[in-house]
Ligand binder design. Structure first.
Ligand SMILES: [Mn+2]
Length: 304
């Protein structure tokens, strides 16, 4: 097994941003590239510190690494193969559990460096709050960036139990950071009355299913887009390994179809969050996450 690529870029202004432990590569053996030549960089964010119901998303990135070797590098959906791309896995970001603000700060600094190095970033959570600092970093570089958000949950609360930084508030915080970009939400089927009302006047919410992507593609045009995929957008019958499962979700094929359509956009970064592997004893949820990861890597790798 090839080890994760070395991260010589960790020293900036004499500050050690991160230390990489020896970890298994997330990409198949033989297709992992050096950091310098990589187009797309993957890293894990094993944080689930604000999860309100069932914790465990911190184990997502490592379980994905365990299972990804069993997946073909070729995607028959996209007719593209991971062997044709330069991809790099930086392993998991070491995080100080118990200090949410410091965790978010470390994530943002990490992504700042990757974007300075002109990498396309694909982050693997972890709970959904980790998307917030990843998106914040991207907005410094892509001011007019739009957000495409797949999720069962609106995540638009202003606070959750008086906490502003939470997996339940993440898209509200993201919305507040946007300049001319907009939030496009798909698959939403859970939230408070206030969240759905907020969405009516502030975001472009497509509830219950993934229809409406074409509308988003038309409206966004060539402006930069970041995609955040909370895997609980999928129905629990195919994806039960998650902290807050919601019946009535999208099918796997519908999500594949939606990701395929993202190739029409100027996709500049993304994340996959909320795999909580131990809630699915069959292990199928992890395989689903691996497959979503492969598709997203291929879409991101293709964007010039
Ligand atoms: Mn969710």
């Amino acid at each position: 097994m090839k080890m994760a690529c070395s991260v010589t870029h960790i020293m900036k202004d004499n500050e050690v941003i991160r230390m990489l432990k020896n970890q298994r590569a997330i990409i198949h053996e033989g297709i992992l590239s050096d950091y310098d030549e990589s187009q797309v960089v993957v890293f894990g964010i094993p944080f689930d510190g604000t999860v309100s119901y069932r914790p465990g998303a911190r184990f997502g990135p490592q379980m994905i690494r365990n299972e990804l070797d069993g997946l073909e590098t070729y995607s028959p959906y996209l007719e593209k193969d991971m062997v044709d791309y330069n991809l790099c896995d930086l392993g998991d970001l070491p995080l100080p559990f118990g200090n949410t603000e410091k965790v978010l700060d470390l994530i943002e600094k990490e992504v700042d460096i990757l974007l300075e190095d002109n990498k396309r970033v694909l982050a693997i959570g972890g709970e959904h709050l980790v998307s917030y600092p990843v998106i914040k970093a991207h907005l410094k570089k892509y001011k007019d960036m739009h957000i495409i958000h797949f999720d069962a949950h609106a995540d638009l609360r202003d606070d959750y139990l008086e906490e502003k930084l939470s997996h339940a508030t993440v898209m509200r915080r993201v919305y507040e950071q946007l300049d001319t970009g907009e939030v496009w939400q798909f698959g939403i089927r859970s939230g408070t009355k206030e969240e759905f009302q907020f969405a009516k006047s502030h975001t472009n919410m497509h509830a219950f299913n993934l229809e409406g992507i074409e509308q988003a593609i038309q409206a966004i045009g060539n402006r930069p887009v970041y995609v955040t995929i909370d895997l609980d957008v999928l129905d629990p019958s195919i994806f039960s390994g998650t902290g807050t499962p919601e019946p009535g979700g999208a099918s796997f094929t519908e999500l594949m179809d939606a990701i395929g359509k993202l190739t029409q956009l100027n996709l500049i970064g993304g994340d996959i969050v909320e795999l909580s592997p131990s809630y699915d004893q069959s292990g199928v949820s992890t395989i689903v996450a691996c497959k979503v990861l492969r598709e997203l890597l291929l879409v991101l790798g293709d964007n010039k």
